[in-house]
Design a protein. Structure first.
Length: 425
């Protein structure tokens, strides 16, 4: 199967940049999800690879073939790219049987005999487990079965790459879970490259070999799911991935001679942060400044182009929220070099008997195998997940500490991840 290479791909309408200079490499036989909030540019990216949308500039390669290049004037039409597209709407012909729906595209290709079409339809129907329903009409099928028909129709012409644009969004929660498992198995069975668009981070985490996370048309991170979860590039990525959402805790402090950070959190609580890596803040800040200077220089070079259009939908700093008892708060004022933000996943919030920060249970939501709790510390609220069949009484006094070495430290000034480590209170 071919790999897909996007080089500096941009799509804009006027001064609105739907996709802003995105460069990624999708490896052979991988399952990549394009993830992000509504309107971020993920579907536009998918449609440009498939040939359904023409990029403003850049280059797209599928395997050894260049399918789009703005400088060379190449734009291969969709029907020549050997790709399959599965839309959010199944688009099944209601007056055709399951067999006829699957065979429809094969008949249009006019290169298969009747017996060959019969063999292909039966083969793909068995792959998605609908071979018993070939004589039925779409109205006689459940939503999940209709989805399988649409998948079989996409597989039938044997495309090199399969594109999926939120194909499970019309299904109920239980059926979505079942279909995720089926799609994962289908990817292994077919050996095809899958590119999958979703705004559901749970789908992205469970299905993908790599996640391509986009915001405002800009690529934020392109990594394996657990890398995105454990080491997000910035505050936006940390906030977008994870359910329940990450806890953000503002902090201030400085690095000590032993390399640890002496911090103040929750206004007056003393804490110590130990890096997992060998981080020296002066060197890290110098490296960060070089990266920002390089980005500014690249922007300046692009601005010199005669085709350059200033971006109307400006890229701003991510406004993270700090949950409080009365209302959520946002960062106020200008951040300095000694201002930081901790990112603490709910599973790393540990309720202990002693030796932590004093708090009380603000709410407790048991689900059986786990309980989601909100803990009040002064005017601040922390979300935690306690595994097991336990619950707590509202108002119950507890002690809180932070477990593990996966606590994330971000620069409040730039929003960039510095490193992960251990937070001791």
């Amino acid at each position: 199967m071919p790999k897909i290479v996007l080089t500096d791909v941009t799509k804009r309408w006027g001064n609105f940049y739907a996709v802003d200079h995105v460069s990624v490499v999708i490896d052979d036989c991988s399952f990549v999800t394009l993830l992000g909030p509504s309107g971020c540019g993920k579907t536009t990216t998918l449609r440009m690879i498939a040939g359904l949308e023409t990029p403003t500039s850049g280059r797209i390669e599928i395997g050894d073939a260049i399918v789009f290049d703005s400088e060379m004037g190449i734009n291969v039409p969709p029907n020549k790219r050997q790709v399959g597209f599965l839309f959010q709407n199944y688009a099944l012909w209601p007056n055709m049987t399951v067999y006829q729906n699957i065979a429809f595209g094969l008949k249009n290709l006019k290169k298969y005999s009747k017996s060959e079409i019969d063999d292909i339809v039966l083969r793909v129907a068995k792959i998605v487990k609908i071979d018993a329903f070939l004589d039925r009409y779409p109205a006689e099928l459940s939503g999940g079965q209709q989805q399988r028909v649409a998948i079989a129709r996409t597989l039938a012409p044997e495309p090199q790459v399969i594109f999926m644009d939120e194909p499970l969004s019309n299904l109920d929660a239980k059926l979505r879970l079942e279909m995720r498992s089926e799609l994962q198995r289908l990817h292994l069975t077919t050996g095809r490259t899958f590119v999958y668009v979703t705004h559901d981070q749970m789908e992205a985490m469970t299905l993908a070999s790599r996640i391509c996370l986009i915001d405002n048309g800009v690529l934020q991170q392109y990594d394996a799911p657990l890398d995105v979860y454990n080491r997000p590039n910035n505050l936006f990525v940390a906030d977008f991935v994870g359910n329940p959402a990450v806890n953000f805790i503002e902090a201030s402090g400085s690095q000590q001679s032993d390399g640890t950070m002496a911090m103040n959190i929750f206004a007056s609580q003393k804490a110590t942060f130990s890096f997992n890596g060998d981080i020296r803040m002066p060197a890290w800040r110098a490296d960060e400044q070089q990266k920002q200077a390089a980005a500014a220089a690249l922007h300046a070079r692009r601005a010199e182009s005669k085709d350059y259009v200033e971006k109307g939908n400006k890229d701003g700093a991510f406004n993270y929220r700090i949950p409080r008892v009365d209302e959520d708060g946002q960062a106020q004022g200008t951040a300095g070099d000694d201002d930081y933000v901790f990112g603490v996943r709910p599973e790393d919030v540990c309720i202990c008997d002693s030796g932590g920060i004093s708090g009380e249970i603000y709410s407790a939501l048991p689900t059986g195998m786990e309980t989601t709790v909100r803990i009040r510390i002064g005017s601040f609220l922390l979300t935690g997940v306690v595994f097991g069949r336990v619950t707590y009484a509202i108002g119950e006094k507890v002690q809180v500490r932070f477990s593990g070495n996966g606590i994330m430290l971000f620069s409040r000034k730039s929003g960039t991840l510095i490193d992960t480590g251990t937070l001791t209170v």
